[in-house]
Design a protein around this ligand. Structure first.
Ligand code: 13P
Length: 290
């Protein structure tokens, strides 16, 4: 069953937990995540990022996401992640997405406000919830420019948050407080103090991007400080690739033939197991919701 982004995050708020928001740019990832949600009984967010267009276009993956979410017994939000072009957001809205992120984090503050407010107007008639970002994580989704000195992270300024929320009409807020997209080169150092200062000013669900690769203890501290949606991708697909490589090694050693469906099956199973673990950690002790 499909839920609006604001409504599903409200459930997380009520249960003082965070929801896992998985990027699912393959049928294996999509099935793994929805099966994990049904198994655990926790609501889930499945998302397609604009930068995944080269892996699989929204016009191909979007209808599959909506169709499988509709017939799932889990509570699911079908979300557009890191959208920088409003025409692309329109495409997702027409497909039936129930959540969308407008990412104006690289824009000057006034432009970010203007376009985020426009995105909120676009989403409203579609009953689609809106996520926006204030501050910037520097490296873009996928982490491939993490070494680029021009892509410096800029932590969210808590002083701007009340104005940003009121001026845009967003439902949930993505914050920059020390996580990065992609692989971590060292231990992530989260500033929970930034989250505390934000929650003192606005009581809305907060979002952690770059959520894979963070320790369970840091997840718990962030959830206790108001994080209600955790975006998770890189480490899950890394584990899936490792499972496929190990399958290939075993087949080579045994001299057996491998087929493509053996590999997609191994990737699916590893991602499903990881999704179950992640959703359980993010639930932070809350009982299953459905
Ligand atoms: P990771 O790939 O670092 O887990 O981040 C995912 C993300 O933030 C998607 O928006």
């Amino acid at each position: 069953m499909i839920l609006n982004l604001g409504d599903i995050c409200h459930i997380a708020e009520q249960h003082e937990m965070a929801l896992a928001a998985f990027n699912v740019p393959s049928l294996e990832a999509l099935r793994a995540v929805l099966d994990a949600a049904e198994e655990t009984g926790y609501p889930v967010i499945i998302q397609h990022a604009e930068c995944h267009e080269e892996m699989v276009p929204l016009r191909v993956m979007g209808p599959a996401m909506v169709a499988l979410a509709e017939c799932s017994s889990a509570q699911v939000c079908v979300h557009l992640d890191h959208c920088e072009h409003l025409s692309y957001m329109r495409e997702a809205l027409e497909l039936g997405f129930s959540g969308a992120m407008f990412d104006g984090s690289m824009l000057p503050y006034e432009k970010n406000v203007e376009l985020s407010a426009y995105a909120a107007e676009m989403c409203a008639p579609y009953n689609c919830g809106l996520e926006c970002e204030l501050g910037s994580m520097g490296a873009r989704e996928g982490g491939d420019d993490a070494q680029n000195p021009a892509a410096q992270a800029m932590y969210t300024n808590p002083e701007l948050v009340s104005d940003f929320v009121a001026a845009t009409g967003l439902d949930i807020l993505a914050c920059s407080f020390g996580t990065v997209h992609g692989l971590y080169r060292g231990e992530p150092k989260l500033s929970i103090e930034i989250l505390n200062q934000i929650r003192e000013r606005v009581h809305i669900p907060l979002v952690m991007h770059g959520g894979s690769g963070v320790s369970d203890d840091d997840y718990r501290r962030a959830i206790e400080a108001g994080i209600r949606k955790i975006n998770y991708y890189t480490y899950g697909v890394k584990y899936a690739a490792e499972a496929v490589l190990s399958l290939v090694d075993s087949a080579r050693t045994a001299g057996t033939t491998l087929y493509w469906h053996d590999m997609t099956g191994a990737a699916y199973e590893r991602m499903r197991q990881d999704a179950v673990r992640v959703m359980t950690v993010f639930a932070n002790g809350a009982a299953p919701v459905c």
